[in-house]
Design a binder for this molecule. Structure first.
Ligand code: ZN
Length: 375
């Protein structure tokens, strides 16, 4: 059995549902310490994180990722128990196999092989690992980054091991992510009897034209790297539960996935202009999950494209699609950030799996990346 496979199995057998780590990080730190890394637990609240570094010079290359996994759901829906790593037909099954314990195992074996061959490599290698990526993500990567910023420790290149591939290993590298901006809007009316509408003010009637305008609005046209910004209503609610009562308020939840052509401030302003133009009386509450980020060009992107071409024999496609990831906390420091990991077809599903051969190839890609950047 390959080193990568063996470690992936060890990690999967630890049931680290968010924010639990279940000993995954101790195992990783032990392997890195043995290689000469300085390892540093950075725990906040109920979240375990660690930072580890080999070398003290710039540039600093960092592997980033998470040991936590989403809950397995009903165990009897799985063909084999979610926390018992099982190989069938060349695939390794278990919760976290693809998201992202397989990547963590590939990072460690790539690093071990690289450091043994190049003990005096250029620059430094670091690990930034959290156990709260799948959850609220408040005490994880964001806190570690704050700590690093305070002591002026800067990441130049960051490889996040999120499962980026779609059809075959490394066919897609994520070189950015759209921003996510959420909103809770309450349109205020006056409750009353439907038979006496002149004594009430119906927030449903008032809000509808404004909401229709928001839905029809073109926010931007996107750019070379990003699709156009999207607006989606995710929840709408009003009413007292009776047909004869005009409701006193209407609540709407909506979300923007936005490109680098706009900002969250600009979106807020445009929404409020539309609401005001329709003369609505409202309360509004915004929650920014993360601004968009983009790694457009540079040494990290070049090295990743070259490594995939050499190891896999095909070229990789750049993409900014998909949900948010912890890259959103790392990119604002000025780091170049890429996501490169296994196939994402089964993530968060029952029977999550990763190709056994893909694990070894991913480790080879990661090692080649280290060689291209640090030797
Ligand atoms: Zn993940």
């Amino acid at each position: 059995m390959s080193d990568t496979l063996e470690l992936a199995k060890e990690l999967i057998s630890r049931p680290s549902v968010t924010p639990e780590d279940a000993g995954c990080q101790a195992l990783m730190m032990e392997r890195l310490s043995a290689l000469g890394f300085d390892t540093e637990p950075m725990n906040f609240g109920d979240t375990q994180n660690f930072w580890a570094r080999h070398g003290s010079e710039d540039p600093l290359f960092c592997f980033a990722g998470h040991t936590d996994v989403v809950p397995p759901g009903p165990e009897d829906a799985w063909d084999s128990p979610p926390f018992e790593p099982t190989i069938r037909d060349g695939l390794l099954y278990g919760r976290g196999a693809a998201d992202m314990k397989g990547s963590l195992a590939a990072m460690i074996s790539a690093t071990e092989s690289f450091v043994k061959k190049h003990p005096d490599h250029n620059g430094s290698i670091a690990y930034l690992i959290t156990s709260d990526e799948e959850g609220p993500a408040t005490h994880g990567t964001v806190k570690v980054i704050e700590t690093l910023e305070l002591r002026d420790e800067k990441i130049d290149w960051c490889l996040v091991g999120e499962p980026s591939s779609t059809e075959k290993l490394a066919d897609v590298v994520k070189n950015g992510r759209r921003g996510s901006h959420g909103c809770r809007l309450v349109v205020k009316g006056i409750q009353g009897h439907v038979a006496y509408p002149h004594l009430a003010r119906n927030p449903v009637h008032q809000a509808m034209p404004a909401l229709a305008e928001l839905v029809a609005e073109e926010w931007d046209q996107g750019n070379e790297f990003f699709p156009p910004t999207t607006f989606q209503i995710s929840n709408i609610h009003a009413g007292a539960g009776a047909t004869n009562v005009i409701p006193g308020a209407l609540e709407v939840l909506f979300n923007f996935r936005f490109s680098t052509e706009t900002t969250h401030e600009a979106l807020e302003q445009r929404v409020q202009e539309i609401l005001d133009r329709h003369g609505l009386d409202y309360d509004i509450e915004w929650t920014l999950s993360g601004p968009p980020f983009l790694t457009a060009a540079g040494a990290l992107l070049d090295a990743a494209q070259q490594a995939v071409q050499e190891i896999m024999g095909y070229s990789t496609e750049l993409s900014t699609s998909g949900g948010t990831s912890d890259g959103r906390f790392i990119a604002p420091t000025g780091a170049q950030v890429l996501e490169l990991g296994p196939l994402n077809a089964t993530i968060h599903k029952v029977n999550e799996c990763v190709g056994v051969e893909d694990l070894d190839n991913l480790a080879r890609i990661y090692e080649r990346l280290l060689e291209l950047l640090l030797t």
